[in-house]
Design a protein around this ligand. Structure first.
Ligand SMILES: [Cu+2]
Length: 165
């Protein structure tokens, strides 16, 4: 008798898993990587782009709009076209804007976090040679929740002023 109940519960679990997989398949093509455990609110990234460096050998800066579950945190980023990516914030020190490497960016209660020129950004070091405006650069963002999102960031021309980020 016990084993009958056990197997019925297993059947229900398999059915629920199938529904989740079906939903994921229907939502496919959005560019999101569905994490192993389906979540109430997977992170979404919109408008991702990169500012190419004015001189080769210099890092590029990456920007995007993030919406995710409050309390989750962006903890890492990587790209097959960059040797490494750091998470940077901008702070004003004695009236001078300085960037600083952060170990993570926690998602605030609004559920939204902006990465934009003059503020938070990704810093992409050791860029692949030959990147030019209009190229699409895959960037994978990793979250404390275990979620991963890969976006194709559009490479844009270097800034004409001295301000790179
Ligand atoms: Cu930076």
């Amino acid at each position: 008798m016990r084993s009958t109940i056990f197997s019925r519960n297993l059947g229900l679990a398999a059915f629920a898993a199938a529904i989740v997989l079906l939903a994921a398949a229907l939502a496919g093509g959005s560019g999101l990587v569905v994490p192993a455990m389906a979540q109430a609110s997977a992170p979404k990234v919109a408008g991702a782009w990169l500012r190419l460096p004015a001189a080769s050998g210099r890092p590029a800066a990456g920007y995007f709009e993030l919406s995710a579950t409050p309390g989750d945190a962006l903890v890492a980023a990587s790209s097959p076209r960059a040797g490494r990516i750091e998470l940077h914030s901008m702070t004003s020190v004695d009236g001078v804007m300085r960037m600083r490497a952060e170990s993570q960016f926690e998602v605030p209660s609004s559920g939204r976090l902006s990465f934009a020129p003059g503020g938070n950004h990704l810093m992409l070091f050791d860029l692949a040679a030959g990147l030019k405006p209009g190229d699409r650069v895959p960037v994978t963002l990793r979250f404390a929740s275990g979620a991963e999102v890969t976006v194709n960031a559009e490479a844009r021309a270097p800034a004409t002023s001295g301000h790179q980020h």
